[in-house]
Write a protein that binds this ligand. Structure first.
Ligand code: AMP
Length: 299
């Protein structure tokens, strides 16, 4: 099983043409809906009593929610705006609400999960999950600028305990103080992770370990409607593929990056998690094969 800790919340998003208000979002929501196509996934998270029932039902139909607690109060909310360059996001407001009091608990069913995704949430919560987990096979962690600014040291402790750091280029630069992504990768390996994947939005990703380097383009999408959650959906495809193959090898890591691109490319085609609701496993495999074909030198 994959267990993911992260946010479950309500996003308000402005794009150059549209505004959506209080739609389902959060790092754990995006991640788990994406990873559930590949492998059973459970969430550790918190929502407030105001969380819409329709979103609970939606998540419940695909994901194990036994690790989600309901606190009195308001759910996590996030307001952001994308400019004409749809890859540039400005955060307008982050309302932590019930997250401020959250005490994550790994229920009995989750304690011995083999695969842990420590998604974007307070690093103290990520550490609390790590303290409870029993012998996870693979720990993948991510964060966002907000937490690097607020709790850098705690996130460095998370990295020290992780096998894979999956992070976007801006955040890695902020964390390391270094601009060049090849150098950033080496720095992360020196911090002790076995592997780092730097996500670069529409420009793809760079995977590095001590034995290999794998640069890859993103799947080209003609109409990007809403890039929110692309990083988390990427992580869902990435860890989902590793969990279903039950193997962490150079080959499966590279394939996992491509499944990351595939899931990221689907999520940006519609607002919120909407594209995942109509998605089939056949479409995922078809896009994976198409990706291999269009990136092959030999045609
Ligand atoms: P991504 O676009 O992959 O970086 O993920 C965006 C998701 O992360 C949104 O759905 C937000 O609700 C959530 N999010 C934004 N800021 C934070 C934060 N500071 N902590 C946790 N989750 C966040």
């Amino acid at each position: 099983m994959i267990v993911a800790i992260g946010t479950i919340g309500l996003d308000t998003t402005y794009t150059p043409t549209t505004k959506v208000t209080e739609v389902l979002g959060g790092s754990a929501a995006y991640f788990s809906l994406a990873s559930s196509f590949f492998h059973p996934t459970g969430i550790v998270g918190v929502i407030g009593t105001d969380f819409p029932e329709k979103y609970w039902k939606l998540l419940d139909s695909k994901v194990d929610l036994r690790g989600v607690q309901v606190y009195n109060g308001k759910s996590f909310r996030y307001v952001s705006r994308f400019g004409f360059d749809i890859n540039t996001r400005t955060t307008i407001k982050t309302e932590l609400n019930v997250l401020e009091r959250f005490q994550p608990i790994l229920t009995d069913e989750y304690l011995s999960a083999e695969y842990l995704y420590l998604g974007n949430i307070d690093p103290d919560h990520q550490l609390m999950v790590l303290e409870q987990a029993v012998n996870p096979k693979l720990i993948v962690s991510d964060t966002i600028n907000f937490w690097i600014d607020a709790k850098r040291e705690q996130f460095m402790n998370v990295i020290a305990k992780s096998h894979v750091l999956l992070i976007n280029n801006e955040e890695m630069r902020l964390l390391s103080g270094v601009n060049n992504l090849v150098k950033c990768s080496q720095i992360a390996l020196d911090w002790g992770v076995n592997c780092i994947v730097i996500k670069k939005g529409e420009h793809g990703a760079l995977l590095s370990s001590n034995t290999c380097m794998f640069p890859s383009p993103a799947y080209p999408v003609a109409e990007v409607v809403d890039p929110t959650g692309a990083g988390d959906a990427f992580a869902g495809g990435f860890l989902g593929h590793i969990a279903r193959t039950q193997a962490v090898t150079e080959q499966t890591l590279k394939e996992a990056v491509v499944y990351g691109h595939v899931m990221g490319s689907f999520i940006v085609e519609d607002f919120s998690v909407n594209r995942l609701l109509s998605l089939s496993n056949a479409e995922i495999e078809e896009r994976f094969q198409e990706y291999l074909a269009i990136t092959s030198l030999t045609g």
